[in-house]
Design a protein around this ligand. Structure first.
Ligand code: SF4
Length: 344
């Protein structure tokens, strides 16, 4: 088994020769840009993130611009990227930096971690990349590399497993060249030590890797214990009058918080009178399935299911993503955008 020193050396050497160095958020020391990329990259592929990252920065070039934006506009620019609590927290954290730090991103890892939506690993990444602090990171990619290299078994959602992974991450993180090392570990996990079919023949850690030697690659890292996926069944009430559609803004927290959706009722409720069923579909969230039956209804006010101040009518053309210039500056979840497109 290698020492922390030789592990670091192999990882950094790999990065210098093969690492990704031209992603839009690389080569900057701006903590705002680094933070934005780290948040967007959570659970999301690089190729998906790039256009969102660029559009976001074009509209909000500084953290103060983001702090001053309306929540509808922030959600609009995030629409389609998913995991919307990331956008809500990003907006909240920008306001905190603007108000409490006069618009200058804090440098201390503990202060960074105290901002909304920033966990220990993201704080470590920002502190290392923007401020050259010797802070460790432990995102999903790094967890996979460490679990396989060192044979750390069990699901990282269990505190003992997470503790063992953090201990290895900290032990291996160098004081010098921390940013390069952290970037290298993220790259290794994303490009070489992938979830399925890792490219062990190209891996600088293959010689000592526990999982490779023991034939345990598919078992490491340990998976989350499976539970039956819950399902929720709802009606979406599609009310169109004079080419305008009625949408309802969801409460600020929870699923699709702050985004505009069709008014929704549980399928256990009686179906509204004179409604017509449109094609149903299932939308998968990370922790449950949402079965949606859209219903074309005539007059929504008669159902009495919502507060008038939470709903608004939008011209259908105004909501069409293809007519970019006219698109409303509001956040729409992907299934809502798709259903709207099918109505036009
Ligand atoms: S040898 Fe294979 S399993 Fe082990 S760290 Fe490298 S890519 Fe991952």
């Amino acid at each position: 088994m290698w020492s922390a020193n030789s592990f670091q050396r192999k990882v950094i050497e790999y990065y210098r020769q093969h690492g990704r160095k031209h992603l839009p958020w690389q080569g900057t020391k701006d903590p705002y840009r680094i933070w934005l990329s780290e948040i967007m990259l959570q659970q999301t592929q690089v190729a998906t993130v790039i256009p969102y990252y660029e559009a976001f920065l074009e509209r909000f070039p500084t953290i103060v611009d983001l702090a001053e934006a309306s929540s509808d506009e922030v959600m609009h620019l995030w629409s389609g990227l998913g995991y919307y609590s990331r956008a809500r927290n990003l907006h909240k954290a920008a306001k905190t930096v603007a108000e409490e730090y006069a618009g200058t991103f804090p440098q201390d890892p503990e202060e960074i971690e105290a901002l909304p939506g920033i966990g220990l690993s993201t704080a470590g990444a920002i502190a290392a990349f923007a401020f050259d602090k010797p802070t460790a990171i432990l995102d999903g990619n790094v967890k996979r590399v460490l679990a396989r290299c060192y044979g750390i078994e069990g699901w990282a959602g269990k505190s003992a497993v997470l503790k063992a992974l953090w201990a290895k991450a900290e032990e291996n993180t160098p004081v010098k060249d921390t940013a390069q090392y952290n970037q290298a570990m993220m790259d290794l996990g994303a490009v070489i030590c992938t979830r399925t079919k890792p490219k062990c023949d190209k891996c600088p850690l293959a010689k000592e890797c526990f999982a490779l030697k023991q034939g345990m690659i598919s078992e490491l890292p340990g998976k989350k214990p499976k539970k039956a996926r819950p399902k929720r069944s709802v009606y979406w009430l599609v009310c169109i009058e004079d080419n305008q559609v009625l949408l309802h803004k969801r409460p600020p927290s929870g699923i699709w918080g702050g985004l505009w959706c069709f008014p929704e009722i549980e399928q256990s409720e009686p179906i509204p009178e004179h409604s017509q069923k449109l094609s149903s579909f299932v939308h998968k969230f990370s922790h449950y399935d949402l079965e949606v039956q859209p219903l074309l209804v005539k007059k929504l006010s008669k159902t009495g299911i919502m507060e008038p101040n939470e709903t608004e009518r939008f011209a259908l053309a105004f909501l069409n993503k293809k007519t970019q210039a006219k698109t409303a500056q509001i956040g729409l979840p992907t299934p809502v955008s798709k259903l709207l497109a099918s109505l036009q």
